[in-house]
Design a protein. Structure first.
Length: 307
């Protein structure tokens, strides 16, 4: 069983896509192949059933089936499970299932409602009470999706008050100053460190690493770019890390199109042999022939730059 995440966790926890067949069924063979693909490219861990994983389009039974397949395949590689849900009982049931199967932790986003920090703070206390101290929690901070901005002060208060909130998935945009503020807080004696992994497809990864992030938790279809960038940065080769990352920027930027980017990402994963079909589950985006031609051109240009 893989070790649990903690406040020192670092590296690349790839946000895994969920493969479906062309008719919308879960494709467990492709899911196993995708796990092998990610691990083969050197990721530190995986995160499943996130927003990119289309968890909101799955039944409770399907989510459990995904957990089973991934954890059986991942071996000692740690797996974080997204458990966000409109109902607290649903969230805690899925979290307990994941942890009992060997997950390394769970990821929770603020629940829908008014953008008031006192409400968000109370919600996370309720989540932590329901989960118990033995379940490590990733606070998913993605205001562009949730519509709920969260201040560094609230993140710090929660991470100090609740020992199981060990990691921030930082996906604010713009948000570099948030990382700086959180790291400055930790210069005060007695303030506990918080692991920070970043999202947004990795779009700002070099700058986020330079601000103090520990790595990435995102789903770019070229995981080796994230892995190598983080490794070079940790080795003190900051300019080399950024130079390598820059080679991937055109296709990474293309994947960042809101909503539509998932279809592009799954197409690239299919073309790279990681999954059998690029289908998203309905209702979801589909690529037109011109979209396919664009992404094919970007892939060929990347191959030429890497040659």
């Amino acid at each position: 069983m893989a070790r649990k995440i903690d406040r020192e966790t670092s590296g690349v926890y790839i946000i895994a896509a969920t493969p479906f067949t062309d008719d919308g069924a879960l494709d467990h063979d492709s899911l196993r192949r995708l796990v092998d693909f990610y691990i083969g490219h050197g990721v530190s861990g995986l995160t499943i059933l996130g927003m990119m994983g289309e968890a909101n389009k799955m039944t409770a039974e399907e989510r459990r089936a995904v957990i089973d397949t991934v954890l059986d395949r991942a071996g000692d590689v740690p797996v974080v499970v997204g458990v966000s849900d409109a109902g607290l009982r649903n969230l805690t049931d899925l979290a307990r299932y994941a942890m009992d199967r060997g997950a390394a932790g769970v990821m929770v986003a603020p629940n829908a409602g008014p953008a008031r920090e006192d409400r968000i703070e109370a919600y996370f206390h309720a989540v932590c009470d329901a989960l118990g101290n033995d379940v490590p929690v990733v606070f998913q901070d993605f205001p562009l999706s949730t519509g709920l901005p969260v201040s560094p002060g609230l993140i710090r208060r929660l991470s100090e008050a609740r020992s199981q909130i060990v990691m921030l998935k930082h996906e604010d945009w713009p948000g570099l100053t948030k990382i700086t503020k959180l790291r400055q807080d930790e210069e005060t004696p007695g303030v506990a460190r918080l692991s920070i992994l970043v999202g947004n497809g990795g779009l700002y990864l070099p700058q986020e690493l330079q601000r103090g992030a520990d790595g990435a938790m995102t789903g770019f279809a070229y995981p080796e770019a994230l892995v190598q960038t983080v490794a070079l940065h940790r080795a003190g080769k900051v300019d080399e890390a950024e130079d390598l990352f820059d080679r991937y920027l055109p296709i990474l930027r293309h994947e960042q199109q809101p909503g539509f980017g998932l279809a592009l990402r799954k197409y690239v994963l299919m073309r790279r042999g990681a999954i059998a079909s690029a289908a998203t589950r309905a209702p979801g985006p589909k690529l037109a022939p011109v979209d396919v031609a664009e992404v094919e051109r970007l892939m060929k240009r990347l191959e030429a730059r890497l040659a």
